[in-house]
Design a protein around this ligand. Sequence first.
Ligand code: GLV
Length: 345
Amino acid sequence: MSLKIVVTRRIPDPGLRILRDSGASVLILQNNPRAPVDRAALMSAVADADVLVALLTERIDDALLARAKRLRGVANFAVGYNNIDVDAATRLGIPVANTPGVLTETTADLTWALLLAIARRIPEAHNYMVRGEYQMWGPELFLGEDVGRGPDGEHRTLGIIGFGRIGQAVARRARGFDMRVVAFDPNMRDAIAASHDAEWSEFDDLLRQSDFVSLHALLTDETRHLIGERELRLMKQRAYLINVARGEMIDERVLVRALQEDWIAGAALDVYEREPAMAQGLAECRNAVFVPHIGSATHSTRNRMATMAATNAVAHLNVQQAPNPVNHAVYDSAAYRERIGRLAV
Ligand code: GLV
């Protein structure tokens, strides 16, 4: 009987080629890039799947994993894996892998694109041009804020929350703008202390002093709604908030009030609390820039992510340790040995 890889939604061709070359049959549940995967179809497909390749749009929860009696592993096409119940997977003896590293620089670039776009009001100015409203140049047309030192010679301060790979890459880029960079990440205290690109700040101090606050933490129970009313009111009224991490880190309904009532100067968002939906009123906020979760969206990075996810998937298929596991401990567990033993029968 041939082995079966289930891919929830189509991934780029370099990844599909690797999956097909493995000799397993490859079932893509959703080929339409604009359509979601039907949950019932996914539930039914995992029942006899040997490997699951998932996108961040699918909830791979306990109920789904419990049905997947033959599953040798899950390969997520993303570095973030909050869409997967990793604790449940570990308990059931299922390895989970992700795509770290390849998207770091690409996502840091998008952070800077958003930061500059909101500070210099690029989308507003672009729309003005496209609507044919540019009739006369004037000294007060689309005034924004300096990112570099500006005529006052003062450093602007960039506050980075989450100093992992992407946070560090964002900090490196700030050198070119001669910014002061402060960072908060309780898990990376030593890395911040050792960094030449950032200095440690306590969380509240970071919010109080930053001209730009950029989120780069993992979504966990501790970081869900990390930015709510208290935090937005601590920020400077002239400060901007940027989020390319996960939408649930911001209480989006409160952010709408903050933008409507000018508690802060603006926000630039790549991710949303109830993606793809946006909180009521958010889209109408003039002092904001929105893009549809495109942090890693370059041709080369998405192809590399597909290659990586597929390589993880084929390792799962061959009952080998995946190159990028997120639950390493699973390989030493009785649950994994029991699962693999059962497959061999
Ligand atoms: C994108 O958001 C990812 O986690 O890869």
